[in-house]
Design a protein around this ligand. Sequence first.
Ligand SMILES: [Zn+2]
Ligand SMILES: [Zn+2]
Length: 264
Amino acid sequence: MLKKKLTGILLFLIFLSIIQSTFSQSKNSFTVVYNNLSFETDLQSDWGFAAWIEIGKKVILFDTGTKSKILQQNLKKLKFNPEVVSAIVISHEHYDHTGGLETMLEKVQPGTHVYLPNNFDEKLLTKFENLIFEFNEGFAKIADNIWVSNLFQNMENRILEQALIIEKNNEIIVITGCAHPGIVEMCTKIKEYFPRKKIELVTGGFHLRGMSVNKVKEISDQLKLLAIEKVAPSHCTGQQSIDVFKEEWKDNYVTLNLGDSYKF
Ligand SMILES: [Zn+2]
Ligand SMILES: [Zn+2]
């Protein structure tokens, strides 16, 4: 009788832990809140990029699109409250990633951390004395399981850019703004920094517009050599290049355009 009771309790506890782990897994997600690529969504598409990341109790906004009005409208439609953002990360100083920054800085709580590329024009920041602006070099951990990458320098056009990295037990997820320094170069450096982790997904702008199909195939092969599991190229990747990735990656091609979410 006692044995039966204990087995019952044990089964119940196992059931509870399964429910709990499923729940905690599905709580973490990111959603594309600004993008020129969209498919039948209520949200307004426009040239630019921004992603809303929810991890544990933290909310991180990566980039801010071109127009603050559109960013704020999209956030409102998604029921995302800008006042709960605990950190803002800007990938690089291009208008289509920084346009909504000023309004966001006005809305976030005092003490919010804002991570910017080293060469960011500080003029805009001086009026926000109660926020903490950080200019990192190398890899920096900005919250539990969240990193920003090195400021990769593109020698041709001198654009400094940082990616956002979500760390899981055995995998990482990489979100890029435009990948001006080169998507392969960025992923290679990130992989070197996390040698024991598999890259589960790379998403964001891959900056491959106007590139020949053969060259894009070459880049796609190089990403496969880095043992990247899935890709979701968007924003400035270019439609022709996106089609190449669809063809090359088949089931491991993921669509993450405006309004799309990814759970992790
Ligand atoms: Zn750019
Ligand atoms: Zn861009």
